[in-house]
Design a protein. Sequence first.
Length: 138
Amino acid sequence: MMGYDALFFEGSSDSEMIATAIAENRVILTRDTQIMRRRVVTNGQLKAVLIQSDEPEQQVHQVMDTLKLDSQFQPFSICLECNQPLVERSKEEVKERVPPYVFQTQSQYMECTACHRIYWRGTHWQTMTRKLEHLVKG
Ligand SMILES: [Zn+2]
């Protein structure tokens, strides 16, 4: 949602996750202390952050502070499903692809260039953007 390329790992083993992270140059965010003891992490080949809090807002703060992400913050600029950039679409362009109620009430739309999912700036978008901005500033 904040516009950072992110992957929720759904594979079965830590080794697979580590291999993916290295191959895709990702940072692992984990609550698993075992991961932090892996040689690839302790020798600095793979960056990993051990998430400290149970509380989502504090987790976001920790990640942003640790990875110094503030300046790159662009809410809803990439697809939540596949991390690809979103492009603006006109109301007419999405007419057949969104629910009628959405079409009637929303004017700003974005489309994922890869999976073609349509996003609109509804109340959820507004609420999340406000929350994220508050998080970053707070
Ligand atoms: Zn997509």
